[in-house]
Design a protein around this ligand. Structure first.
Ligand code: MN
Length: 289
């Protein structure tokens, strides 16, 4: 037993969310011993919400939904029509998350996932704040939490560091908006794996564990020992989710957004079992003394 619920990203098992794929994903998530499944909503038109919820309930698994926006539906745009499409995508995604029985909706809720050719403008940032204020109120009515996942400079120009994310959350100004740290992104943007965790403190609400190349945990160079110590320092008790991508399991949209061009593993179920053990071991060590 760990004090944190442990989760795994669905793209470890399948690239889409058809009923057959959801059954496979949920079966393998349970088999690997996880508490929570994280589902990206990039493929939501093919998702049968009632079916997926029934399968999740049967397996006794929790659900967290995540997503990034698109350049054509982007709340950080200066174009009101593009912003409105982004706001609609967020609203619909929150509804799906609620329909699945989830209380956490997280990710790059504030921009497209991709390389911007310019810095964020003041108008664009004001649009992010305005839309996410409304979404936070909508989420609060459903007793739901929104996560701001901090992503690296090649995937967003809105928030790249913990300090950026705290400023954005302050401007949104609702307690149900929490900070989401991801070790893959932290490795690119932060000073180390300790300072950002201490800076965020009790406003940390969700965590992604990923290697520097997004492959097998422990096969890269990230200092997970320091990161798990820092989580223990702040008594972080929220979910911790393993995120990994390989060209062996492809989503036609999300894999391209994340630049998944390489094969880093073939066997998703074996990878998931290894990652759960890796995270549980680090947690045990961090909390032992
Ligand atoms: Mn992530």
């Amino acid at each position: 037993m760990t004090i944190n619920k442990l989760g795994v990203h669905a793209l470890v098992f399948a690239g889409g969310t058809s009923p057959e794929q959801m059954t496979h994903i949920i079966t393998e998530t349970k088999r690997a011993g996880y508490d929570v499944l994280e589902l990206s909503l990039h493929d939501s038109p093919s998702l049968d919400v009632a079916h997926a919820r029934a399968e999740l309930d049967k397996a006794g698994l929790g659900i967290v939904c995540s997503r990034g926006l698109a350049f054509s539906a982007d709340v950080s745009s200066e174009d009101p029509e593009v912003v409105a499409r982004g706001a609609k995508l967020l609203h619909d995604s929150l509804e799906i998350t609620h329909g699945l029985g989830g209380s956490h909706f997280t990710g790059a809720l504030y921009s497209a996932l991709g390389k911007y050719g310019h810095a964020l403008s003041a108008t664009g940032r004001a649009n992010v704040v305005s839309v996410l204020k409304d979404l936070a109120v909508e989420a609060q009515a459903k007793q739901m939490t929104l996560g701001l996942e901090i992503c690296n400079r090649y995937e967003t120009n809105v928030i790249n560091t913990a300090a950026d994310a705290l400023r954005l959350a302050d401007d949104i100004g609702h307690d149900n908006v929490v900070i989401h740290l991801d070790t893959y992104h932290m490795n690119i943007e932060e000073d180390d794996f300790v300072r950002p965790v201490h800076l965020v403190g009790d406003r940390l609400g969700y965590v992604h564990i990923g290697e520097n190349h997004r492959g097998y945990l422990g096969s890269g160079h990230l200092d997970f020992t320091s990161f798990f110590h820092a989580l223990a320092d702040i008594n972080y008790s929220g979910p911790i989710t393993f995120e990994s991508f390989s060209s062996a399991v492809v989503s036609p949209t999300l894999s391209n957004d994340l630049a998944i061009w390489r094969n880093l593993w073939n066997d998703g179920p074996a990878l998931a079992i290894h990652a759960r053990q890796f995270m549980a071991n680090r947690l045990e060590i961090a909390h032992a003394i």
